[in-house]
Write a protein that binds this ligand. Structure first.
Ligand code: ZN
Length: 557
């Protein structure tokens, strides 16, 4: 007997044993009729926001006639290779070792915990090949990097095509020609629009709408092939994005759609519990009636199928399954909600997005609970505040939504001085001592938003002045910048966020005594987009954009 046979014997024994011990759930599993055909359509970089804001009649149809969540989670880092691997392997980077886009089969840092037929963590293709040896399987993909993430020898049809339309046409031909048991189609153009025009832009939504029409063409191909009624579809994505990028840890980047439809799948069912991207292959395996190696961590999303419900009394409702409220002015991309109000009183308006939900808020940065102030009507703020709002329904809370309202008075001299510089070929912050500023001025906050009239590339700003500290203690400062930035208190470098990079946050801490402390922020843009926001937190001060009213350009006499 080979080890593989031993392995399946062990699984069979285990199944028998579990059947004997737990009849209810496992008998159902036994009864689940394997799906004849399963097609995963993965749209690179398609966020839930994209689906919510682009016309997507085919995806909408799948949601109305299927089971879905728009708040499934990808894995970190939110880069493509890591997430496609996790989907195919029913495991995370900790297991399969595809920890970044730089991963190659012969060049990695973390080896996979197990290998299958080839020198990678085994994928769903490998499991199908071993357990359903005659099954027809295919992988047709728009991004060539996808092709290194599965066993070439386990797939009947393996094709990379350089355009979204070509990939879809090829998938259609293949479906009609071979009626595959399992097919994975990957489309890349939405990610391209995210990197080019930016997530949340009209161009991005246009790309999502196009993806939807291509999904429609793939569905149509199964109808033409006469297998539509026997095919389960799963539409998902590897990650979302923010600004013109992804890879980070924000909800905008990590939340993904997970939408199933087809025979045996519930209709119009919003999956209430958490779903992870590595549940993808486990769900395919469950639907096809095969097993995955125990090195996998993904679990099938059984509740998506008829006959499977959450156990009674189980409260695994995900916070993300409840729509979070929105505070206006709302956040957009990297721009935080709230805003800077000079000589004016902001009105805080909160919208509850969850039907029958009740929204509570706080003004001190604390997490809202059902004992916090209930939101009933817009209210005015006369001072700087961190507003946090959270919607509750049946005792379950949504994620909280944060807005930073900064209130400043132009008569009191708040804000910082700035010096503006121009240079050539900067990859790091220049040494400003050897440069003469092109001009100087005043900015009420150290932010790209508060300086104008500069060129688009190779420019830099130095913001200087004083920060007022009321309470002795430890303070943490943050810069969120594209490209590099540094923040100094006195002569001490507190935040080193230097280098040529997209919008990213770095922080550092310092002990401060009450009084005025010199603060200096250096920031440059080499090329491409630019961004700067500075935050701090301290004793009794929740993390927030450093507000103008604690900054002053000169020490008062
Ligand atoms: Zn990308």
């Amino acid at each position: 007997m080979t080890t593989a046979n031993l392995y399946y014997l062990a699984i069979a024994l285990l199944l028998l044993c579990t059947l004997a011990c737990q009849p209810a759930q496992q008998t159902l599993a036994e009864q689940h009729t394997p799906t004849a055909h399963f097609i995963v359509i993965g749209i690179d970089g398609m966020s839930p926001d994209g689906i919510n804001n682009a016309p997507t009649p085919n995806i909408d149809w799948m949601m109305q006639n299927g089971a879905y969540t728009l708040t499934a989670r990808a894995v970190l880092p939110t880069s493509s290779s890591t997430n496609w691997a996790s989907m195919l392997m029913a495991a995370g980077p900790e297991q399969h070792g595809v920890t970044s886009n730089n991963w190659e089969r012969d060049d990695y840092v973390l080896p996979p915990v197990v290998t299958g037929t080839e020198d990678i963590f085994p994928t769903i293709f490998d499991a199908i090949r071993k357990q359903l040896p005659t099954a027809e399987t295919g992988a047709i993909y728009h991004w060539d990097g996808f092709g290194r993430l599965f066993e070439k020898s386990a797939v009947n049809y393996d094709k990379h095509i350089d355009s979204e339309q070509g990939t879809t046409d090829e998938a259609g031909r293949y479906i009609k020609d071979k009626k595959p048991k399992f097919l994975f189609v990957h489309l890349d153009h939405v990610d391209g629009a995210g990197h080019g025009a930016g997530h949340g832009t009209p161009e991005y939504y246009q790309a999502v709408a196009r993806a939807d029409s291509l999904i429609g063409q793939i569905i149509q191909a199964t109808k033409d092939a006469g297998i539509f009624d026997q095919t389960v579809f799963l539409v998902t994505s590897d990650h979302g994005g923010i600004g013109t990028g992804h890879g980070g840890e924000t909800p905008d980047e990590i939340l993904i759609p997970f939408i199933l439809s087809g025979p045996g799948v519930k209709k119009g069912y919003k999956i209430p519990h958490p779903v992870y991207t590595y549940d993808n292959a486990a769900t395919v395996a469950f639907a096809l009636g095969i097993e995955l190696p125990n090195a996998c961590i993904g679990r099938p999303v059984k509740t998506a199928f008829e006959g499977y419900n959450l156990p009674d009394g189980e409260t695994v409702v995900a916070n993300e399954a409840l729509a979070e409220p929105v505070i206006y002015p709302k956040r957009e991309g990297h721009k935080a909600a709230g805003g800077l109000f000079i000589d004016s009183v902001p009105e805080v308006r909160i919208e509850t997005m969850e039907k029958d939900g009740i929204t509570y808020y706080t003004l001190d940065g604390n997490e809202p609970t059902e004992t916090s102030t209930k939101y009933e009507a817009p209210f005015a703020l006369s001072h700087t505040a961190v507003v946090k709002a959270k919607t509750y329904k049946n005792g379950v809370g949504s994620q909280s939504y944060i807005a930073y309202f900064r209130v400043a008075d132009s008569k009191t001299k708040s804000g910082l001085k700035y010096s503006y510089y121009e240079g050539e070929g900067w990859m790091y912050l220049p040494s400003f001592k050897s440069f003469k500023p092109v001009r100087t001025g005043a900015a009420i906050e150290p932010s790209h938003d508060q300086v104008q009239g500069h060129r688009e590339q190779t420019f830099a700003y130095v913001f200087q002045g004083f920060i007022k500290i009321d309470t002795l203690g430890e303070y943490r400062f943050y810069t969120n910048s594209d490209d590099g930035s540094k923040l100094f208190i006195g002569d001490e470098l507190i935040v080193d966020n230097d280098g040529d990079h997209g919008t990213r946050e770095r922080s550092g801490k310092v002990d401060l005594s009450p009084g005025l402390h010199p603060i200096r922020i250096e920031w440059f843009n080499g090329g491409g987009g630019y961004w700067l926001n500075c935050y701090y937190r301290g004793p009794g001060i929740p993390k927030q954009i450093i507000p103008a009213d604690v900054l002053m350009p000169v020490k008062p006499l």
